[in-house]
Design a protein around this ligand. Structure first.
Ligand SMILES: Cc1cc2nc3c(=O)[nH]c(=O)nc-3n(C[C@H](O)[C@H](O)[C@H](O)COP(=O)(O)OP(=O)(O)OC[C@H]3O[C@@H](n4cnc5c(N)ncnc54)[C@H](O)[C@@H]3O)c2cc1C
Ligand code: FES
Length: 278
């Protein structure tokens, strides 16, 4: 990690992989060799990416700490900074400040079955943990991944989905809201799909990330399937600025999502007034 959490470190884009029409993966490497070696993080943490002369925004780390020497970010172009990130080409510079926030639980869920439920661009924050788990496969039991997107074109990590599908130690379930002539898989929203495939809650922790409406309905489905709130974990995406609990941009009640989160169990969220609204 940087000696000063308030200062961005300079990094270079080494690869850009288009995922969908508005979303790409950016692979970046710190310019400073010491930073490359010393930057450590946990799955679920995020950074503030800065584009010089434009501004910065919070982006989750999509790679896993088990992958050394580079960081991956999957960014959807929605506004000023994310469009400027999309203008970056291999060799261009950007600032990386972090790692920020808490992380997905990794030690607490050892020996358990893990269910990952992602919607759209909600898969990248889960992917950091999925890679971590697959790189430490003997510490975890079953790995089930449920992923949904609006259409086959909106699925991110298409190549990786194929690789997960072929692994005997991963059960992958992919659905799209609307299929096309190329699509032969299930069609429908993630929450009813989840009810349909009916994955047992026994010794299992569910991790979910996606649009707020999907998360709300996924949690209702999981509760109907007898998952306890303590075993449902999610990550929140509030508007953020400082990322370190100083500017007051991201608080809900007395919790700062950037510092106390972004990862919470539903048991924790039910204790934070207003956290489950909107
Ligand atoms: C912890 C965390 C992790 C994130 N990880 C990722 C990631 O991995 N990939 C990714 O593409 N995005 C991620 N985001 C969202 C990303 O930070 C916003 O999309 C970004 O700040 C938008 O900046 P902009 O300047 O491009 O858009 P702006 O020009 O500031 O805004 C464009 C539109 O997006 C809305 N918007 C801005 N910020 C957010 C936000 N945080 N949540 C929802 N709507 C917002 C604005 O209201 C406006 O409608 C993450 C956010 C957080 C807090
Ligand atoms: S982003 Fe500044 S307090 Fe959270």
């Amino acid at each position: 990690m940087s000696d000063n959490i308030y200062l961005p470190s300079i990094a270079t884009v080494t690869e850009v992989r288009p995922e969908t029409s508005d979303t790409s993966t950016f692979v970046v490497t710190f310019d400073d060799a010491k930073m490359r070696e010393s930057f450590t993080y946990l799955p679920g943490q995020f950074v503030e990416l800065s584009i010089f002369g434009v501004g910065g925004c919070a982006i989750g780390i999509a790679s896993s700490p088990t992958e050394k020497g580079f960081l991956e970010f999957c960014v959807r172009a929605v506004g000023t900074v994310t469009n400027a990130i999309h203008d970056l080409e291999v060799g261009d510079k950007l600032g990386v400040r972090g790692p920020l926030g808490n992380s997905w639980p990794t030690e607490e869920v050892e020996g358990k079955d893990l269910l990952f439920i992602g919607g759209g661009i909600g898969l990248p924050p889960l992917r950091s943990l999925i890679h971590y788990v697959l790189d430490n496969r003997d510490r975890y039991e079953a790995v089930e991944i449920v992923y949904g997107a609006r259409s086959p074109q909106d699925l991110v990590y298409k190549q990786e989905l194929k690789e997960w599908e072929e692994r005997p130690d991963v059960d992958l379930y992919v659905t799209v809201d609307a299929g096309d002539e190329s699509w032969q898989g299930p069609v429908g929203f993630v929450p009813p799909f989840l009810r349909e495939i009916d994955l047992s809650p026994e010794n299992k922790v569910a991790f979910t990330c996606g649009p707020p409406i999907m998360i709300k309905l996924v949690v209702e489905a999981l509760e109907d399937l007898d998952y306890a709130d303590a075993n449902i974990v999610t990550t929140l995406e509030m508007k953020m600025k400082c990322g370190v609990g100083k500017c007051g941009r991201c608080n809900i009640g007395d919790k700062y999502i950037c510092r106390d989160g972004p990862v919470f169990t539903f048991e924790q969220l039910r204790e934070i007034p207003g956290a489950l609204e909107g």
